[in-house]
Design a binder for this molecule. Structure first.
Ligand code: HEC
Length: 165
């Protein structure tokens, strides 16, 4: 092996080692990442029924769920991910059953963007929706962030960073 070739070989070995090092480092970063904070406690049956109702009533024209919403709409409404950690099932049922949801949750949005009343839905559908929404949980460490951005969207104000309300 000539001297120049040896130099190239050493350079290749060094580059390979550096890449292996970067990869190991990145994997250890991923392991420390807390992951996706949202999950559901619903049975498969409830998940299917709930998702079907959300689809039929086009809730995702306005709301994000599992990181997805209708990209053609731009209504500034709260995400439904993790909503079951903030509201319980009976609250959700009352909210969906209210003739005027803005009596329960005041809004600053224009009328066309506001949460519509679903009081006209059959009771079993409102119950299924409430049960499904209540099953949508968020890990504690993420909840503060969700609450903060939600309050910001609803009130237009940034709450204090320290989380005291
Ligand atoms: C026209 C847009 C729109 C549609 C469609 C819509 N929502 Fe909403 N929703 C909102 C807005 C905006 C709010 C926040 C309150 C307000 O401004 O009226 C809200 C609030 C909520 C909340 C309370 C969130 C919280 O912070 O407690 C729940 C739960 C909810 N919606 C569920 C649903 C479900 C389920 C459907 C479908 C059956 C649906 N929404 C359809 C716009 C919409």
């Amino acid at each position: 092996m000539r001297k120049g070739e040896k130099g190239i070989l050493v350079a290749i070995v060094v580059i390979v080692l550096v890449f292996m090092g970067i990869n190991t480092y990145r994997h250890s970063q991923v392991a420390e990442d807390k992951g996706i904070p949202f999950y559901t406690t619903a049975s498969t049956e409830l998940q299917n029924k709930g998702a079907e109702l959300l689809r039929v009533y086009q809730c995702r024209n306005c709301h994000t769920l599992w990181g997805f919403r209708n990209p053609m709409q731009s209504v500034p409404s709260p995400a439904l991910d993790g909503i079951g950690s903030i509201r319980d099932e009976s609250w959700l049922y009352e909210y969906l059953s209210a003739a005027d949801p803005q009596n329960i949750l005041p809004t600053r949005l224009k009328a066309e963007y506001q949460m519509p009343s679903y009081a006209h839905l059959p009771e079993h559908e409102r119950r299924t929706l409430a049960a499904y929404l209540a099953s949508l949980k968020v890990e504690d460490w993420y909840l503060d962030e969700v609450k903060r951005s939600e309050q910001e969207k609803l009130t237009g104000e940034s709450p204090p960073e320290d989380g005291h309300e």
